[in-house]
Design a protein around this ligand. Structure first.
Ligand code: BES
Ligand code: MN
Ligand code: ZN
Length: 508
């Protein structure tokens, strides 16, 4: 489906002429009472359900009313919880609940009243951005991201979709501030949406060549350059990991380079690396068939990189941003990589294959080594790399590893703001012994324990001395159940996190 239109205007609950209207009500007694009174004034009705067992303004509550003044159109009321615990995430979830209710009532347009500024003053302490703008951005994100559906392959997608979301502000100045925030939110949402669509695309539609083509189209539309290396070029570069993994597939690999802006004094050069395994069967070390279909999303890292570069280019952020995507399938063809095989990577290091299902690190190794050519200020890789990180952190935090506390701190902060949270796991030197090989520089698995960490230790060997962070998004990019504004399937995780981090990284 297409992304709903987003706008911010000056208006009150009764100004919209069509569609559903919605408001958010805090739980605190006096604030609740005031909100109820104001609502009854707008509605031209008494609203006895407000304050009843049915609705007390608690976080997660919602109510759909049909007051006289709206002539049969729905008024959606969502709880905000207590003022003291109000957060951007609460606003996102509240807005998501509202948008879902509007969809359930088959509304094509929805107007959401922004919460009163008095509620927002402590939203993000010490933020340089106005709290109303932050709130408007969060409401827009929650509402729009919650209505995402991957319905390309439905012959009869439901005809009535929520296609327009408008935020209502008290006065013209607030509407302007909200409008600015909404414009930013829209670009970030589009990047997330793109990442979700690419993740959810089936493996027979999205394979290395078509992923590269999607990147090309995106670059053309959004103003960044795209270079695509074919197998011959990859061979000449001696990317043994990428070539090795691709051997089992009839489809050739691709190495995609996205580049926005250029190297300049006073500007950061940041390289993003995204794992682009368009389908991971495990190869010769084949996976069990249950849930193997999920492995069409093993390119979620690549999707996040593309979504981020698209957003950064459209926002014209002052950064030199490079995206590297090693793309291949991992299949057990007749020439496939086998346990015992040895590969030589771009930087000359060799890997002994212990398990062909640990393919992600093999292709990332080449890409990380390539990243060094840009002498970047930071390299950040995103990869659905290990089942072990899902065991450790579930679906609510991305595993973070790195060699630079300052860069990790920035990501941690952006993770809290965007709620795409990251959690650091250790890279103690002792773990390196787990991936020692008898005959090569390393082997590609580390045995039963600390699987997410040994994968990170493997990658570390290809980074050199640049500030580097590895984000293992296996749990957060592939959702088994939907959350408030994150659908089941591809979540698009990484885009909101990285755009926030890059927007804030302006000190030089
Ligand atoms: N793509 C998988 C990791 C994965 C698992 C992502 C579950 C999302 C959900 C990766 O290529 C893989 O197969 N990793 C193996 C490594 C093992 C063989 C050392 C794993 O985690 O089991
Ligand atoms: Mn695998
Ligand atoms: Zn994989």
């Amino acid at each position: 489906m297409t992304i709903p239109r987003l706008a911010a205007v000056k208006g009150i609950l009764t100004s919209p002429e069509k569609g559903a209207v919605a408001t958010m009500v805090p739980e605190d007694k006096p604030l609740f009472a005031a909100a109820k009174q104001a609502l009854e004034g707008h509605a031209g009705d008494s609203l006895p359900l407000l304050g009843s067992e049915a609705f007390r303004g608690k976080d997660g509550e919602s109510l759909v009313l049909f007051p006289r003044a709206l002539k049969g159109r729905p008024l959606i009321v969502a709880g905000l919880g207590l003022k003291q615990s109000l957060s951007l995430e609460r606003l996102r979830r509240s807005a998501a609940l509202i948008a879902r209710q509007a969809s359930a009532f088959k509304q094509q347009s929805l107007s959401i009243q922004l919460p009163a500024k008095g509620l927002l003053d402590r939203l993000i302490p010490h933020s340089e951005e106005p709290s109303l703008g932050l709130a408007a951005g969060a409401v827009a994100e929650g509402a729009v991201l919650s209505v995402y559906a991957y319905d390309r392959y439905r012959s009869a997608p439901s005809p009535k979709k929520l296609s327009s979301i408008t935020l209502l502000a008290e006065n013209a100045a607030d509407a302007r501030a909200a409008g600015t925030a909404v414009a930013l939110a829209r670009v970030v949402i589009e990047g997330t949406w793109l990442a979700r669509d690419l993740s959810n695309a089936p493996g027979n539609e999205l394979f290395p060549e078509s992923l590269a083509e999607a990147a090309r189209q995106c670059g053309k539309r959004s103003g960044f350059s795209v270079k695509v290396f074919d197998r011959r070029r990859i061979e000449r570069l001696k990317m043994g990991g990428l070539l090795g993994v691709a051997e089992g597939s009839a489809r050739p690999p691709r190495f995609v380079i996205l580049e926005y802006g250029r190297r300049r004094p006073g500007r950061k050069t940041v390289v993003l690396v995204g794992k682009g395994v368009t389908f991971d069967s495990g190869g010769i070390s084949i996976k069990p068939s249950a849930n193997m279909a999920e492995m069409k999303m093993d390119m979620a890292g690549a999707a996040a990189v593309l979504g981020t570069v698209q957003a950064v280019a459209r926002l014209r952020l002052p950064v030199h941003l490079v995206g590297l995507i090693p793309a291949t399938e991992n299949l057990p063809g007749g020439r496939a990589l086998k346990p015992g095989d040895i590969l030589r990577h771009l930087n000359g290091r060799t890997s002994e294959i212990d398990n062909t299902d640990a393919e992600g690190r093999l292709i990332l190794a080449d890409a990380l080594a390539y990243a060094g050519r840009y002498t970047p200020d930071a390299v950040i890789d995103l990869a659905t790399l290990t089942g072990a990180v899902v065991v450790a952190l579930g679906h609510h935090a991305t595993g973070m590893f790195g060699n630079n506390p300052e860069l990790m701190r920035r990501l941690k902060e952006s993770g809290e703001r965007t709620y795409e949270r990251v959690w650091e796991l250790p890279m103690f030197e002792e773990y390196a012994s787990l991936i020692k090989s008898d005959i090569a520089d390393a082997k590609n698995t580390g045995g039963r324990w600390a699987g997410a960490i040994t994968a990170a230790m493997f990658l570390k060997n290809f980074v050199g001395h640049v500030p580097w962070v590895h984000l293992d998004i296996a749990g957060t990019a592939i959702m088994e159940e939907q959350l408030e504004y994150i659908p089941k399937g591809g979540s698009g995780v990484g885009v909101r996190l990285l755009v926030d981090m890059l927007r804030r990284w302006h000190d030089v």
